[in-house]
Write a protein that binds this ligand. Structure first.
Ligand code: GLN
Length: 284
């Protein structure tokens, strides 16, 4: 079977499970994974025969995709901020919305150097590593309560040549050193339990529950704790940057304002959803 014929077969098998754009993106990831081919290689090689071994490998990947497994867990990598992060079950797959949060921090930090940054709930380490690579001489710390996440984040930092101090800690019990950070960032678990029915199988059945869902039924709970940490740990003029569930964005904003934070601002993501919040320490 030629590559062209195999492509037709994959397309028809994936049809229905993914929209056209996503399907084509997944096909590129599959060929990159099994053959190391780029989009151009795929075109150049279209007339070539594929070995039975490669065809079986691809068939098996498509079987797994059709059962709902995320492509990033199958290939073991996810692209974030122009870098390849190692990811696997138990660690949240970095999302494009989170890149927009990193963009906001980088844009706002231009011209500043030696910033001391803390990432709360770092997961794969994507935010912390992207900031360590893109800010000017930063000092980045990052915590997560999952041992697996911290191990993966450390591996990612080593592979990507980023200097980050990762440590295992539960934000609900961890006590920061007062006045020690310029920026605190977090993408905490923010999905409410009643949203589970509307979620895709590949998220709700494959990604770590503890990285997705708010514990209990108070959707602002993680933000209350982050606010508590930030109000102690930030230096005067320091900023907190948070990823939000658009459903509760106004609630989180009102909460920060009620605590006296300055310039509390919500930003929409590229889908037009209220996805990020920034606030500056209150005058003390
Ligand atoms: N943005 C992720 C999603 O909607 C959720 C990540 C999170 O809970 N922080 O799948």
């Amino acid at each position: 079977m030629t590559v062209r014929e195999e492509l037709l077969e994959i397309r028809s098998r994936l049809d229905g499970a993914f929209d056209r754009r996503e399907r084509e993106a997944i096909i590129l990831l599959i060929f990159d994974y099994v053959k190391g081919w780029s989009r151009v290689d795929l075109i150049i090689n279209e007339g070539k025969e594929l070995s039975d071994f490669t065809r079986h490998e691809i068939d098996f990947i498509v079987d797994r995709l059709l059962l709902g497994e995320p492509i990033q867990y199958i290939t073991g990598t996810a692209r974030f901020y122009g870098m390849d992060f190692k990811v696997g079950p138990g660690v949240l797959i970095p999302r494009p919305e989170t890149e927009e949060l990193v963009d906001w921090i980088c844009d706002n930090s231009e011209g500043k150097s030696d910033l001391h940054v803390l990432d709360i709930g770092t997961g794969s380490g994507c935010i912390a590593i992207a900031l360590a690579r893109h800010l000017s001489f930063p000092d980045v710390d990052a915590l997560d309560f999952s041992k697996k996440a911290i191990q993966q984040a450390k591996t990612n930092a080593e592979t990507l040549g980023a200097k980050v101090k990762f440590f295992e800690a539960d934000m609900y019990h961890w006590l920061p050193t007062p006045g020690s950070y310029d920026i605190i960032v977090s993408n905490p678990p923010y999905i409410a339990p009643d949203e589970k029915n509307d979620m895709e199988v590949r998220v709700k059945d494959f990604e770590p529950t503890e990285a997705l869902f708010v514990e209990g039924d108070d959707p602002v709970k993680p933000y209350r704790r982050i606010e508590e940490i930030a109000s102690v740990a930030l230096r005067q003029g320091g900023m907190v940057y948070l990823e939000l569930n658009p459903r509760f964005a106004d609630e989180v904003k009102a909460f920060f304002e009620s605590k006296g934070w300055n310039d509390v601002e919500i930003r929409v993501d590229s889908y037009g959803k209220k996805r990020m919040l920034r606030a500056t320490t209150c005058d003390r």
